[in-house]
Write a protein that binds this ligand. Structure first.
Ligand SMILES: *Cc1c(COP(=O)(O)O)cnc(C)c1O
Length: 395
C-alpha cells in the first residue's frame, strides 16, 4: 500500500517519544504527573448536560442535522458576539457552527490556498494551521513569535516574494502555546496589512473567555474593517469545558464563511442537534461557571509560576489561556529539560520545539491538572530543584 505524499508529509506526532516514555514508566507502576494536556479537567456545567439529555430524547434531534447549523444556534452566536464584543453579525451569512473549531481550521486552507500559495502561520503555533495548509498543497510560511515582540508576529519582516503568494494568514490570541495576548491596535495593524496585500485573515480565539486578574480579551472583529478581510474562529471547548462535545464556530467575512460552508456541506452533515442545543444553553444560560473556572485556573497559575521561578526558570504570569510558557534553565534545550523532569521526578511538560522552531528554549505547562495532581506535581518539581541544589553544593 502506498500512502499519498500529502499524508506522508504530515509532521509526525511530535510527542510520540514522550508518550512512549510515559507508557514505559506507567507500565513499571510509576506514577506520572502530566502538565502536558490542554484539556479542561473540570466537567461541563450540569445545566448544559441537562439540556443535552433532554434534547437527546427528542426524535426530531435523531435525524440528519442541516450542515449550516440550527437557525437558533446561529442567532445565539450572533447575540453572544453582540453582548460580549459589541460586534453585530448576520446569523444567515456571517455565522457558521463547526464540529469543533479544529475541524473548521483544518478545512480553511482548502477554500483559500491553491497549491503553491503561501499561508502565513505563527511559529510557535497550534499545529493544525500548518497541517491544513500542507493538506491543501500550499506552503506554510512561518512567522516567528518572539519574546522581544511580546510573541506577536512582526508583519514588516515578511519577505515581499512571500507576500506576493500569500493568500491566507493565521493569528491566535490569547495564544497557545505562549499565552501572549493581543490588543486592538495589533488587530487594526493586521487589517491594514491584509488589505494592502490582499490576504484573508483567520483569527483563532478559543481562549477569549479564559482570562485572569480582571483582564478581558478583545475580538479581532472589533477592529474597524476586520470583517472585510477575515473571520474569527471561536469554541465552546475552553469557555464551557465542552471539548468532548465538539462544537465551535466561525464568524465574520461572508465570502469566507460561504466558501467553508460549501466545502463542509459536501463533506459532513453538521453537528448533532442535541449538542447544538447544549451550545445554546451554554451561551444563554447562567455564566457564573466562567468566573468560577477562571478563579481555579488563576490560583493554579500562581502556584505553578511561583514554583517555576523557584526553579530558576524565567516566566511571565499569563493574563489569559490555559498555559504557562517558561524558558528552560541554562544548559538544556526544551526536549532535554522535559526528559530530565520526566526521568528524575516523573513530571511531564511539553517541549516548546513541538510547536515550531521558535518554540525551542521553552516548555509549556498546562493548568488543566486536577488540584490533587497539581500539588503532587509541584512537590516533585521542588524535589527536582532540591536535588539540583545538592548537586551544586557537592561540585
Ligand atoms: C483548543 C484549541 C482549539 C480547538 O478547539 P476545538 O473547538 O475543541 O476544536 C483551536 N485552537 C487553539 C489554539 C486551541 O488551543
Amino acid at each position: 500500500m502506498k500512502m499519498t505524499k500529502r499524508v506522508e508529509k504530515l509532521p509526525p506526532y511530535l510527542f510520540v517519544e514522550i508518550s512512549r516514555k510515559i507508557a514505559e514508566k506507567r507500565a513499571r507502576g510509576e506514577e506520572v504527573i502530566s502538565f502536558g494536556i490542554g484539556d479542561p479537567d473540570m466537567p461541563t456545567p450540569p445545566h448544559i448536560i441537562e439540556r443535552l439529555c433532554q434534547e437527546a430524547k427528542k426524535p426530531a434531534n435523531h435525524r440528519y442535522p442541516e450542515s449550516e447549523g440550527l437557525p437558533e444556534l446561529r442567532q445565539t452566536i450572533a447575540d453572544w458576539y453582540q453582548r460580549r464584543f459589541n460586534v453585530s453579525l448576520d446569523p444567515e451569512t456571517e455565522v457558521l457552527p463547526l464540529i469543533g473549531t479544529k475541524e473548521g481550521i483544518g478545512h480553511m486552507a482548502f477554500c483559500f490556498a491553491e497549491p503553491g500559495d503561501n499561508v502565513l502561520v505563527p511559529d510557535p503555533g497550534y499545529p493544525v494551521y500548518s497541517v491544513g495548509t500542507l493538506l491543501a498543497g500550499a506552503e506554510p510560511y512561518y512567522m516567528p513569535l518572539l519574546e522581544k515582540n511580546n510573541f506577536l508576529p512582526d508583519l514588516r519582516q515578511i519577505p515581499e516574494d512571500v507576500l506576493r503568494k500569500a493568500t491566507l494568514m493565521w493569528i491566535n490570541y490569547p495564544n497557545n502555546p505562549t499565552s501572549a495576548v493581543a490588543d486592538l491596535p495589533f488587530y487594526i495593524g493586521v487589517v491594514e496589512f491584509a488589505r494592502e496585500h490582499d490576504i484573508c485573515v483567520c483569527h483563532d480565539g478559543p481562549y477569549s473567555e479564559v482570562a485572569y486578574d480582571g483582564y478581558r480579551p478583545v475580538s479581532f472583529l472589533q477592529a474597524d474593517g476586520a470583517r472585510d478581510t477575515g473571520v474569527e474562529f471561536h469554541s465552546l471547548s475552553k469557555s464551557y469545558n465542552m471539548t468532548g462535545w465538539r462544537i465551535g464556530m466561525v464568524v465574520g467575512n461572508p465570502v469566507m464563511i460561504d466558501a467553508l460552508k460549501r466545502l463542509k456541506s459536501n463533506l459532513d452533515s453538521g453537528i448533532p442537534q442535541a449538542i447544538q442545543y447544549a451550545a445554546i444553553e451554554a451561551m444563554t444560560g447562567p455564566q457564573d461557571c466562567i468566573e468560577e473556572h477562571n478563579a481555579v485556573y488563576q490560583r493554579r497559575r500562581d502556584l505553578v509560576v511561583d514554583m517555576l521561578i523557584r526553579m530558576g526558570l524565567e516566566v511571565t504570569p499569563p493574563r489569559a489561556s490555559l498555559y504557562v510558557w517558561a524558558k528552560v534553565p541554562q544548559g538544556y534545550n526544551s526536549v532535554e529539560f522535559a526528559n530530565d523532569l520526566l526521568e528524575k521526578v516523573g513530571v511531564v511538560v511539553t517541549p516548546g520545539i513541538g510547536y515550531g522552531n521558535n518554540g525551542e528554549g521553552y516548555v509549556r505547562l498546562s493548568l488543566t491538572l486536577p488540584d490533587a495532581g497539581l500539588v503532587k506535581g509541584l512537590s516533585r518539581l521542588a524535589e527536582w530543584q532540591d536535588s539540583r541544589n545538592q548537586f551544586k553544593r557537592r561540585v
